[in-house]
Design a protein around this ligand. Structure first.
Ligand code: COS
Length: 386
């Protein structure tokens, strides 16, 4: 149920203070140490950030998508690694259980996910199956009361910390595409689950991605999410929602970058006046502000429709495409406004420039969003809806 407006405002202000007072002063430390200090993770637990999207019945805050987006917009005002710490519990790691779990599965996991005691990751991508998610090769072969999993998942966010994984694996070897996949909750403690070393990445230090390999990992039948063959439906439903979450994050970061460039350009003087008064610089800042504001409006429209139970596949893809591309342009302009200083690691814009690059790649590349948009529009045209 939606929060009343006063409670909602209080929540947003609490998150804003947390970002300003705790996260922003620690950005450099997180970047250099490649870890979020445990004391900060504990504060996230106490604030309820791990349980934003999990209903109150299971100990979460039970926010609507609109409320979640407002919180994530605030979290975007600092390094995205902070958001990533709890992001998989709020989004792609938990939502398979929220949307498709039976009552036992929900009871077993949602309270621990909401409190942050347990971390969940989403395991869809594989070495040979990225954008073509339906081609996943990880096998799940039924054997008595278990499925035996074999295969490798790649670039799995938070895998190093995760206790459970939502894994998409092929239960029907005779059906090659999306229809042969099923979804499972796999516990990290299962024998045969091997977590690889964290990858060295371009940005977002403090949030790790690793391979997860299954070597004859026996997963109880009771851990299957939904029916056999519903794995792609689980993954895509989770991703429709995840794409709105990533859009909110992108807009939040663009707002921070507009703030950074405006402040810098108001202080920095060249040719006898603050550089913001030079029209070519002013233009970069104005374009960034306008594009960021457009992103915010798009996110707000999409999340309200999501909460109204409208199908948002088309809008979520369009919003993700716009917001992630937009923040890429804004980050590029921020570096440009900072000039040579923007290339120096002492300035936050250098770090954000690297951090935002992944947003156009994960949870569906821009080209996949274009494909989803194109297909949806074509479907609507065939159905006479457009
Ligand atoms: N919501 C619910 N179910 C959906 C869905 C959606 N938005 N989109 C697809 N499905 C389900 C449907 O059940 C569909 O079956 P039907 O044909 O019976 O309806 C099934 O999934 C297969 O859909 P589709 O035929 O569209 O699958 P494709 O193999 O053509 O793949 C794309 C579609 C490309 C859109 C998909 O593979 C994709 O999103 N790829 C990107 C993957 C990604 O985001 N990876 C990031 C990993 S997380 S960091």
């Amino acid at each position: 149920m939606a929060l009343d407006l006063e409670t909602r405002q209080q929540l947003i202000e609490t998150v804003r203070r947390f970002v300003e007072e705790v996260c922003v002063p620690n950005e450099q430390l997180v970047s250099e140490s490649n870890a979020i200090p445990e004391a900060i993770v504990q504060q996230m637990r106490e604030l309820g950030l791990f349980g934003l999207s999990i209903s109150e019945e299971y100990g979460g805050l039970g926010l609507t998508m609109e409320e979640e987006a407002l919180v994530i917009l605030e979290m975007g005002h600092t390094s995205p690694a902070f958001r990533s710490t709890f992001g998989t519990n709020v989004g792609i790691g938990s939502q398979g259980i929220v949307m498709f779990g039976n009552s036992d599965q929900r009871q077993d996991w949602l309270p621990k996910l909401a409190s942050g005691e347990v971390i969940a990751s989403f395991a869809l991508t594989e070495p040979d199956s990225g954008s073509d998610a339906g081609s996943a090769k990880t096998k799940a072969v039924k054997d008595g009361n278990h499925y035996v999993l074999n295969g490798t998942k790649r670039f799995i966010t938070n895998a190093d910390k995760a206790h459970i994984f939502t894994v998409m694996a092929r239960t029907d070897p005779n059906t090659p595409g999306a229809k042969g996949l099923s979804a499972f909750i796999v516990e990290r403690s299962t024998q045969g689950v091997v977590i690889g070393k964290p990858e060295k990445k371009m940005g977002q230090q403090g949030a790790n991605v690793c391979d997860v390999t299954f070597e004859d990992a026996r997963v109880p039948i009771t851990n299957r999410l939904g029916e056999e063959g519903e794995g792609m439906k689980v993954a895509m439903s989770v991703l429709d929602r995840g794409r709105l979450h990533i859009s909110s994050l992108s807009v939040g970061i663009s707002e921070r970058l507009v703030q950074e460039m405006t402040r810098y350009a108001s202080e920095r003087k060249q040719f006898g006046k603050p550089i913001i008064e030079h029209q070519l610089v002013m233009g970069m800042i104005a374009d960034s502000y306008a594009e960021s504001a457009a992103g915010r409006a798009m996110v707000m429209d999409a999340v309200k429709k999501y909460d109204a139970k409208e199908k948002v596949t088309l809008l979520a893809a369009a919003t993700k495409m716009w917001c992630t591309e937009m923040v890429g342009r804004v980050a590029d302009r921020a570096v440009q406004v900072f000039g040579g200083s923007g290339y120096i690691a002492d300035y936050a814009v250098e770090r954000f420039y690297r951090d935002v690059r992944i947003l156009r790649l994960y949870e569906g590349t821009t080209q996949i969003q274009q494909m989803v948009i194109g297909r949806e529009l074509q479907r609507m045209a065939k159905a006479g809806e457009i």
